[in-house]
Every structure is written in structure tokens, then in C-alpha cells.
Design a binder for this molecule. Structure first.
Ligand SMILES: Nc1ncnc2c1ncn2[C@@H]1O[C@H](COP(=O)(O)OP(=O)(O)OP(=O)(O)O)[C@@H](O)[C@H]1O
Length: 932
């Protein structure tokens, strides 16, 4: 991670008594300084004014660096400024204040925070162990002293990767108090002195080095992190005139100034991008050498520049601010110092297994919770059912009472009383069933109905009575009429008016009858009145009934509506329940689907990780192979060239010796020439080998190209994976939104699922991030390998060309000199040999010719003897046995003679060969000498 050095300013309170004359004006990130040459404006990461607290400074400057240190990044904080500007105040705090929560400086706060953060991490992760060690040194007059060990001298060793303090005591600590005790002890040892500006001025640069190591175990995987936290309090950067120093103080100041000058030089170079990659003179001073990694290296660095606000120090403050400005331009590349050991694959597998187990456990928990809630709901349902049953029973009881009352009522005895009793029961009933108005009204209705029926019955009875009385009255009336009406004779004589009237006098029985009729008529009238009253009552009752009926209908309607609404609600609720069940099912399915996707993703991640590992392995292998091969080739060629050089020089020496001594024969020279030819052939072969190796390198490059393509494909795959992930995320989000609408259980399930999935998501993101980092690192290593291969190839080619050229030149030189000398000596030798051999062979030839002559003479004599013998044999050997014996004897003799002849011939041939050989050697030698 590359980032610029963070630079902060801090202005101390004015030291002047009375009216201060300040030259520094702070405004957030900007500070304006008024100098003799006008006002200047500087912008840093933050400027702390004189009212800023120690806590503010620590929180802004060092807290994050300390936390990053615990996470494996190197960190440095150093204070720069003129003497008395508040560097020690900022870094350590006022004298003996490191237990004062308000005044303690950056070092005690950092120490406390390191342990706090480590403890928190250890609590979060049970398998985390850590160790903290501390070194404390000072740099005084360009010598490093150990402040923890009686100011022993310390040497610097630059391992390339980091700077080691050889001879410095490193103390292990496990709590902030112990560490601060060491710091306090060391600080007392520090070189201080009194100057004109500070009674207790630091005359050395103090370096507190805290080394943090953490080890985190996840399954088989062990993650080891190590980091260094440098807390530096520099000596004052002032000019000598201000300190009014002399003697030792002056020497100290000169040394301080020289080291700070080197620091300034390094920073100026690092701040200039065109020069930053060039040579930076870190080694010119111990201070810059120790801070090498903190300036443009592997560290997260913060600089605090301390300043006096007073006008007297404006120039110093200005140069301090210029230093700070340069620091803001320095780029550091901080990387985590982390090493992973153990079986990564199995640890990942284990982690996945643990996650799966967690998922299963959460699922089981949700399931049991859901089941318990269902049980509770069932119990509640049961309770309601029993309550309902008891109410029903009560209702039945009341109905029985009501029926009894009704029976009594229908019997008709004590109507009013029964009605009252009935009403009482009804009211009781309605009181008991206050929750059910519908039933109450129905009962009231029924009561009224019964009342009406009773009234109707009474009315009918009365009507019957009335009709019976009316009949009786009619009968009586008819009888009276009969009695009053005269017979036909009488009717005829009825024309006689008054006489008959006056003559008719009713009998007493008839009079009684009349009276009875009159009473019955009165009774009928009474009854009619009663009847009318009753009909009135009836009509009013009917009205009431109708009213009650309409009311009951209305209520019934309302209740029906309510029932319908309730039923609807119930159906909605049951529907929603069904839906939520379906949704829950859907969730379950989604969970399983998500799990499957997760599994797939994990598998995919596994596969890609394996692929990456394979690729890494193969790239490493190919890298190793190519580097090994190149190394081998280089060594081989170097050895070959050396061999050849050696051989050539040996040969050259031998030849020179031979030439000087002139004793070796031309055959040996011929052999050497042949060897040289052979070596030429070997060189050609080597050239051919080189071309094949170049082909091999080209094929390696191809394979690297292929691998990089594969990496891009993997990256594309990762992008695809991420899109897949985002779609899964969207799905999950949608599901979550759906889930919010439903019941609490579903919400809980969803939230549980969400947290679960978030965790997975986090894991997946982490895995993706790791994968990306791995791919990046692989890419980097591949690029490096490519670059190295190319470099080594170019080097090899150059080397080969150089060596070849050298070799060719040497060879041609040797060849030329050799040929020159050889041709001269060969000519001489040839002449002598030719002369000698001619002389020798001439004599031998003569001898041989003599021998030949003798032999041919012998052959001729033998042939003549043979013819003579044949004649003798033909004449003398008469018997077959004689002939055979003689022939055998002759054969033996012939054989012996033939052997002698063949010997002589071979001798002759040899001589001829020698003769011919000499003459055949001549052109070869000549051709060698004349060849270019
Ligand atoms: N921000 C501040 N608030 C209060 N007092 C301060 C502050 N800064 C410095 N001082 C006081 O100023 C005096 C000098 O400060 P300090 O010793 O820290 O300076 P220094 O830069 O370390 O000097 P030197 O380089 O000579 O060691 C001390 O008495 C200190 O308490």
C-alpha cells in the first residue's frame, strides 16, 4: 500500500511573558508565518495550535499507526523542530508525567494502546498469541548507545530488508507498565544538557523501537505477523547562534546538525520524484540509516514538526515548515509483514466446515424457535377452545333455564310473573353473554315473540268467549224475537196497532231473559272493549316486535357484516399464515439454494484456489526451471568456455613447447590439428545447442504468456463470480424486503439468515480479496520472473557474444600464430623427413629389389626344377603309393615356400606402403598449412 508520509505541525504556547509577539497563525490544515521576507503559507495534514491536548495529538497522529502496527505494518512517528519547541513534550510529555492521563505524551499513549489493541484482538480470537520486545537507543555524536544496557555501544547492520542494531539489548515485555518503566529508565540515561533556549535540552536523537509479533492459528493455518514501531525524539534542529553553545555543546550541535542535514538531504531527494529512485545517501548518517525504511520504505510514517510561535523564532519555524513540506511529498510503500504456514487447503476446508456447522446450528435454532412458537400457539388455541366450550356449556345451561321458563310461560300460569322471571333470566343471560350481543338480541326477540304469542292466545280465548257469548246472545235474541213476533194470524192482525201493544205485557221469565240479554250485551260490550284493548296491545306489541325484528335484523346484518369481516380477516390471516408458511418454505428452499450456491461458490473458490496454487506452483516451477536451466546453461557455457580457454592455452603452450623443442613428429601435430578441428565442431555444436536453448526460452516465454492469459481468464471468472454474488445479494435483499412484510417469526428467521449470509458474504469478500491479492502477487511474481528471464537472457546473450567474440579472436590469433610457426617448422621437418626417408627407403628399395630379383631367379630355377622333377617323377614313381607320398612331400614343401613368399610379399607391401605413406602425408600437411 503506497501512501505519502503524514506530516503534522504543533505550535507550543508562547514562552514570552507579557504581550506575545507571535509570527505563526494556525487555521486547520494551514499555517501562515510572517517572516522578514513577508508572510508564507504552508499546508500540512493538520496543525495543532497551542491549546491542543496530548490526547488530540495522539488520536490524530499515532493511534492509527499503532493499530496498523498490531496488524503487521511497520510504523514510525518522529518529532522534529528546534530546541525547546516541544518535541519531548509531544513524544513523552512533561517530566514524569507518563502516568498522568492528561499530560502523558505520545509514547506512553502508544504503548498503552499497543497492549489494549493486542488484548482486544486476543479476546476476539482465542487462538492469538503475541510477544512484544523493546529496544531503546540514542544517537549521540554519531555513535549509537544502548539506553537499556549501561550505554553500551551499538553497531548497525543493514540486512537489506531491515536495519538491525547489533549489541542493543532487546527486552521482552508483556504489559505497558513494564515497558514504560524501561522507557523511563532509558530516558534518564539520555544525554541532555542545558542550552540558552532549554534548561534540559535533548542533545541526542532518541529511538524507541517496539517489535510486535503475533501468531494467529486457524485450524492448521498459522498466520505470523511481525512489525516494528519506531518512536523517535530528534535533537533540536536550530542554528548555533540561537543556542549560544561552545565547547562540548558546540560539538554536539555540530553532530546533531550534520545528521539532520543528511536527513534533510535524503528527504529532499525522496520528495523529488525524478531523484527518489536514484541514490539516496541514507548511509551518510546513522540517523538516516536507521530510519531508512521509514523514509520511502516499508513503513507508515508520521512526522510532527514542533514550532515556537514567537517572532524571534520565525526563521527557524519557517525552515521547520519547509522540512515538513518536503516530508509530505515522500511516498512510502507499506506492506503487511505476514507469513502463512501450515496446510492452507485443509485449514480453509476446516474453516468452511466450521461455517457450515454454524449455519446448521443457526438453522436448527430457528427451527426449534419456530416449533416452540407453534407449540405456544397450539396451547393458546387449546385454551381458547376450552374457554369456548365452557361458555357453550354455560350457554346450554342458560338455554335450559330459558326453555324451562318458556315452558312455564306456555303453560300460561302466572303469566306476568313468568314473563318477569323470564325477563330476569334474559337479563342474566345477556349479562353473562355480554360479549355476544347478537344472541342477547335474539333472545329478547324470542321473548317478545313469546309475549306476542301469549297475548294472541289470550286474544283468541277471549274471541272464543266473545263468539260463544255472541252465539248465546243470538240464540236468546232469536228466542225473544220468536216470542215477540206474532204468528201469521197474529201478523195478519198486526195491522192493529196500539191495541195489541198495549195489550202485550212480558212475562217475568221473559223479563229475566231480557235482563240476562242486557247483561250479556254489556258483557259483550265489555268483551269488545277488552278485545279492542287487546288488539291495540297486540298491534303495539306487533309494532314492538316489528321494531325489535327490524332492529335484530339490523343488528344481525351488522353482526353478519362483522362476522363476514371477521371471517375475511380470519381467512386473510389464515391466508397470510399459509403464505408465510409458503414463504418460510420458500425461505427454506432459498436457504438451501443459497447454501448450495454458497457451497458451489466455496467449491469454485476452492477450485480457483487450487488452480491458483497449481499455477503458482507451475509458474514457480517454470521460473525455477528456467532460472535453473539458465543458470545451468550459464555455468555450462562458462565452464565450456573456461575449458576451451584452458585447453587452448594448454595446447598453445604445448605447441609452443613443441615448436621450441622441435622434437615432436608431424603425426602428433596432425593429431593436435585434428583435435582443434574437433573443438571447432564442438563450438558449432555448442552454437546449435544455444539456438535450441533460445528456442526453449521462447517456449518458456510462450508458456508464461499462456499463464498470464489464464490469470486474466481467472480474473474474468472472479468478475463473473462477483456479479453472481451481487445478483445473490439482490435476491437476498428482495427476500429480506418480502420477509419484513410477514410475521415476526419470518422476520427473525430472515434477520438470522441475513446475519448468517452477511457473514458468508464477508467471508466470500475476504476470500475474493485474498484471491485478488494472491492473483496480484502472482502477477507481480510472474512479471518479475519474466523480467528476470529476459534480463538473464539478454545477459546470457551478451555474455555468450562477448565470450564467443573473445574466444574467436583468441582462436584466430592462436591459429594464425600457430599456423605461421607450424608451416615454417613443417616445411623444415618435411624436407628433413623427406630427405631422410628417401635416403633410407632408397637403400631399402635397392635391397628389396635385389631380394625380388633373387626370388624371381629362385622361382625360375624352382620352376625348371619342377619341370625336371615332374619328368623324373613321371619316369620314377610308378606305383600309386609312391606318387601319393611324393605329392604330399611336395605339397609340404610348396606350402613352406608359399609362406616364405607371402612373408616376403608382406614385407614388400609394407615398404611400399611406407613409401606411399610418405608421399600421401605431404598434401595433408600442405593443405593444413595453406588453409585459411
Ligand atoms: N504544547 C506545549 N504545552 C505546554 N508546554 C509545552 C508545550 N510544548 C513545550 N512545552 C514546554 O516547553 C519546554 C521545552 O519543551 P521540550 O523539552 O519538549 O522541547 P524540545 O523540543 O524537546 O527541546 P530540545 O530539543 O532541546 O530537547 C518544556 O518545559 C515543555 O513543558
Amino acid at each position: 500500500m503506497s501512501q505519502y508520509i503524514k506530516c503534522y505541525g504543533r505550535v507550543r504556547p508562547s514562552a514570552r511573558l507579557g504581550a506575545p509577539s507571535e509570527s505563526l497563525f494556525v487555521g486547520g490544515r494551514v499555517v501562515t508565518i510572517e517572516t522578514d521576507n513577508g508572510s508564507k503559507r504552508y499546508e500540512l495534514h493538520h496543525i495543532f495550535d497551542s491549546s491542543s491536548s496530548q490526547e488530540d495529538v495522539f488520536g490524530t497522529v499515532a493511534k492509527k499507526i499503532v493499530e496498523d502496527c498490531v496488524e503487521g505494518y511497520n510504523g514510525t512517528v518522529f518529532a522534529y523542530g528546534q530546541t525547546g519547541s516541544g518535541k519531548t513534550h509531544t513524544m513523552l510529555g512533561p517530566c514524569d508525567s507518563w502516568t498522568d492521563q492528561e499530560l502523558m505524551g505520545l509514547i506512553p499513549r502508544s504503548v498503552e494502546h499497543v497492549f489494549q489493541h493486542l488484548d482486544t484482538k486476543a479476546k476476539e480470537c482465542q487462538k492469538l498469541t503475541f510477544s512484544v520486545s523493546v529496544e531503546f537507543v540514542e544517537l549521540y555524536n554519531e555513535v549509537i548507545y544502548d539506553l537499556l544496557n549501561a550505554k553500551n555501544k551499538v553497531q548497525l547492520r543493514d540486512s537489506g530488508k531491515d536495519i538491525q542494531l547489533v549489541g542493543a539489548l532487546s527486552k521482552n515485555v508483556d504489559n505497558p507498565l513494564d515497558l514504560m518503566h524501561l522507557v523511563q529508565k532509558g530516558w534518564q540515561e539520555r544525554s541532555t544538557g542545558s542550552t540558552a533556549m532549554n534548561a534540559e535540552s535533548s542533545r541526542s536523537h532518541a529511538l524507541l523501537i517496539i517489535r510486535i509479533k503475533t501468531q494467529e492459528r486457524t485450524g492448521e493455518l498459522v498466520k505470523e505477523r511481525s512489525s516494528i514501531l519506531n518512536l523517535v525524539d530528534l535533537a533540536g534542529s536550530e542554528r548555533q547562534t540561537h543556542t549560544k553553545s561552545s565547547g562540548d555543546r558546540l560539538k554536539e550541535a555540530t553532530n546533531i546538525n550534520s545528521s539532520l542535514t543528511v536527513l534533510g538531504r535524503c528527504i529532499r531527494l525522496l520528495a523529488d520524484p525524478s531523484k527518489a529512485k536514484g541514490h539516496v545517501p541514507y548511509r551518510d548518517s546513522h540517523l538516516t540509516h536507521i530510519l531508512k525504511n521509514s523514509l520511502g520504505g516499508n513503513s507508515k510514517t508520521a512526522v510532527i514538526v514542533n514550532m515556537h510561535p514567537d517572532r524571534d523564532f520565525a526563521q527557524e519555524s519557517n525552515s521547520t515548515l519547509m522540512f515538513a513540506q518536503s516530508c509530505t511529498m515522500i511516498m512510502n510503500i507499506a506492506t503487511r509483514n505476514e507469513v502463512m504456514t501450515g496446510d492452507q487447503e485443509s485449514s480453509y476446508k476446516k474453516a468452511i466446515q466450521e461455517l457450515r456447522q454454524e449455519v446448521d446450528e443457526t438453522r436448527e435454532k430457528v427451527r426449534t424457535e419456530f416449533a416452540s412458537q407453534l407449540d405456544e400457539a397450539e396451547v393458546e388455541q387449546l385454551r381458547l377452545k376450552t374457554e369456548n366450550n365452557s361458555l357453550r356449556l354455560e350457554n346450554v345451561d342458560l338455554r335450559a333455564k330459558y326453555d324451562f321458563a318458556l315452558l312455564k310461560y306456555t303453560i300460561g300460569s302466572e303469566n306476568e310473573q313468568i314473563v318477569n322471571e323470564f325477563k330476569k333470566i334474559i337479563s342474566e343471560f345477556s349479562a353473562a353473554n355480554s360479549s355476544s350481543p347478537f344472541e342477547c338480541i335474539a333472545l329478547k326477540n324470542q321473548t317478545l315473540q313469546l309475549e306476542i304469542e301469549a297475548s294472541e292466545k289470550r286474544y283468541q280465548e277471549l274471541q272464543k268467549e266473545t263468539s260463544a257469548l255472541r252465539n248465546r246472545y243470538q240464540e236468546n235474541l232469536d228466542a225473544t224475537i220468536l216470542m215477540q213476533t206474532p204468528s201469521a194470524k197474529e201478523r195478519r192482525s198486526s195491522s192493529r196497532p196500539k191495541r195489541r201493544e198495549t195489550q202485550y205485557r212480558p212475562s217475568p221469565a221473559r223479563m229475566a231473559l231480557f235482563a240476562e240479554v242486557e247483561t250479556s250485551e254489556d258483557a259483550v260490550l265489555d268483551l269488545q272493549c277488552q278485545n279492542e284493548k287487546l288488539s291495540c296491545e297486540l298491534s303495539s306489541l306487533k309494532d314492538k316486535h316489528e321494531e325489535a325484528t327490524s332492529k335484530s335484523i339490523e343488528t344481525e346484518r351488522l353482526l353478519q357484516g362483522e362476522i363476514v369481516a371477521l371471517q375475511k380477516e380470519v381467512s386473510i390471516v389464515s391466508e397470510s399464515l399459509r403464505k408465510s408458511e409458503a414463504v418460510a418454505e420458500g425461505y427454506k428452499e432459498k436457504v438451501t439454494a443459497n447454501n448450495l450456491t454458497l457451497d458451489k461458490l466455496l467449491l469454485h473458490i476452492d477450485a480457483s484456489r487450487k488452480r491458483i496454487a497449481e499455477l503458482e506452483l507451475s509458474s514457480k516451477e517454470s521460473e525455477n526451471r528456467s532460472s535453473e536451466e539458465l543458470e545451468e546453461q550459464r555455468l555450462y557455457y562458462v565452464s565450456m568456455i573456461e575449458d576451451l580457454e584452458r585447453k587452448a592455452s594448454d595446447e598453445y603452450a604445448a605447441l609452443r613447447e613443441e615448436l621450441n623443442q622441435k622434437t615432436l613428429s608431424s603425426n602428433l601435430l596432425q593429431v593436435q590439428v585434428d583435435e582443434l578441428q574437433l573443438s571447432n565442431a564442438t563450438i558449432k555444436k555448442l552454437n546449435a545447442d544455444l539456438s535450441t536453448k533460445a528456442g526453449l526460452i521462447r517456449s518458456l516465454e510462450d508458456s508464461i504468456e499462456k499463464k498470464s492469459q489464464m490469470i486474466t481468464r481467472l480474473e474474468e471468472q472472479a468478475v463473473l463470480d462477483s456479479s453472481e454474488l451481487s445478483s445473490t445479494k439482490r435476491q437476498l435483499e428482495h427476500s429480506r424486503l418480502e420477509a419484513i412484510q410477514w410475521r415476526k417469526i419470518s422476520e427473525e428467521t430472515t434477520s438470522a439468515m441475513q446475519t448468517q449470509l452477511k457473514d458468508h458474504q464477508k467471508d466470500i469478500d475476504q476470500c475474493r480479496h485474498k484471491k485478488k491479492l494472491e492473483i496480484q502477487s502472482m502477477q507481480l511474481s510472474l512479471d518479475n520472473a519474466n523480467a528476470r528471464v529476459k534480463e538473464s537472457e539478454a545477459m546470457m546473450k551478451k555474455l555468450q557474444n562477448d565470450e564467443k567474440q573473445k574466444f574467436d579472436m583468441k582462436m584466430s590469433e592462436i591459429e594464425n600464430t600457430f599456423k605461421e610457426k607450424l608451416s615454417v617448422s613443417l616445411k623444415k621437418q618435411e624436407d628433413t623427413i623427406r630427405r631422410q626417408s628417401l635416403a633410407e627407403n632408397q637403400g631399402k628399395l635397392e635391397v628389396m629389389e635385389n631380394k625380388n630379383r633373387v626370388l624371381s631367379e629362385t622361382i625360375e630355377s624352382l620352376q625348371s626344377q619342377h619341370s625336371q622333377d615332374t619328368e623324373v617323377i613321371n619316369a620314377g614313381l610308378r606305383t600309386r603309393g609312391d606318387r601319393v607320398g611324393y605329392v604330399d612331400k611336395l605339397r609340404v614343401e610348396k606350402k613352406a615356400l608359399e609362406e616364405t613368399i607371402s612373408q616376403l610379399r608382406s614385407e614388400n607391401d609394407k615398404l611400399k606402403k611406407i613409401m606411399r605413406g610418405e608421399s600421401a602425408n605431404k598434401p595433408v600437411l600442405r593443405s593444413q598449412t595453406t588453409k585459411p
